[in-house]
Structures are given as C-alpha cells and as structure tokens.
Design a protein around this ligand. Structure first.
Ligand code: OFO
Length: 183
C-alpha cells in the first residue's frame, strides 16, 4: 500500500526547498565568518543567529515530508557565493538571497494550489509569512547601513551599527500584530 501522501512533484519540490533552506543557512554562515574575520563582532553574531534560523526552516520541511510519509533526499548543498566586499555589499546580498528564496517558496505554493494539495499549501503559508518578516529584516539592515553611510560607512557610524546588530532581535514584528497603540 502506498502511504505517501505527497505527489512525486510536490515531494521533489519540497526536497528542493529543503536544500535551499540549508543553502540559505550556509550563505549566512559564510557571511558571518567573513564579518567576524573583519572584526564586525555584532554583525557576525546577527548572521550566525540567522544561519541557525535557516537551518530550523530546513528542519521544518524535513519533518513535514516525513510526517506525510514521503522520502527525504539529503543532497549536497551548493557553496555560497563569494564573500561580500564590504558591509553594504553583505546586506545587499542578504536581501537578494531572501528575495530569491521567497520566489522559490511561491513556486511550491503555486504547485500545491495546482494539485489541490491543501495540506502542503497550508504548511507553506508559514513560510510565506516568515518571508514577509525576513524581507522586512533585510530591508531594515539596508536602511541602517544607508544611515551609516552606505558603501562608505566607516568610523563611529559603522562601530555603532555593528554594536546595534549584536543585540538586534532575530524576528521582525509581524504587521498582523500591529495595533494603533503599538504600531
Ligand atoms: Fe530566510 O528564509 Fe528560510 O524560509
């Protein structure tokens, strides 16, 4: 008896997304190591924490595939791109990577919709919401570096930015939780 509750197409798409989340984790890990080596301890701390978050995203998909009695295929993770050239470049790369990941998540959502696989569609909504927050967080990074001087950020501005990011929370507040008193 076939107990797999996932179609072959959905199973393959979920496996691919699982590897993409692992790839995202490696990207954050490599940028964190780059930042640490440059002496940006706060930025490194922020990126190390985010590498962990992406790893958690990967695990959610692993668990979901298993829960649906599908097969998880653990494959090689593509290497991250080259190191950033400066902090501005680092944050731009982070934003680009999140946008690309959102596009891939939407593809899985579309597929599950096409197949009327509402369990997977529902599961993927967590990721859709998470990406709103992740993109907002990445945009915040870009805004901060812009204030600190963009590509030319240095001295006190960069020092303060680095210190700030060391204590920046992992999660961005969701717009859904906003109220007039607490926007
Ligand atoms: Fe930053 O993304 Fe996972 O989902």
């Amino acid at each position: 008896m076939d107990t797999n509750r996932l179609s072959k197409t959905i199973e393959a798409a979920l496996n691919a997304q699982m590897t993409r989340e692992a790839h995202a984790s490696q990207i954050y890990l490599s940028y964190a190591c780059w930042a640490d080596k440059k002496g940006y301890g706060g930025i490194a701390n922020f990126l190390f924490r985010h590498a962990e978050e992406e790893r958690n995203h990967m695990m959610k998909i692993v668990q979901y595939i298993l829960q649906r009695s599908g097969t998880v295929k653990v494959v090689a993770i593509p290497a991250p791109d080259s190191d950033p050239t400066n902090v501005n470049d680092c944050f731009e790369k982070v934003f680009k990577s999140e946008i690309e990941n959102t596009a891939e998540i939407y593809k899985v959502v579309n597929l599950s919709h096409d197949e009327r696989d509402w369990a997977t569609w529902n599961f993927m909504q967590w990721f859709v919401k998470e990406q709103i927050e992740e993109e907002a967080l990445a945009l915040k990074l870009l805004a901060k570096i812009e204030i600190a001087g963009g590509k030319g950020a240095s001295g006190d501005a960069l020092y303060n930015l680095d210190r700030d990011l060391g204590v920046t929370p992992d999660e961005e507040k969701s717009a859904e939780d906003a109220t007039a008193a607490n926007p």
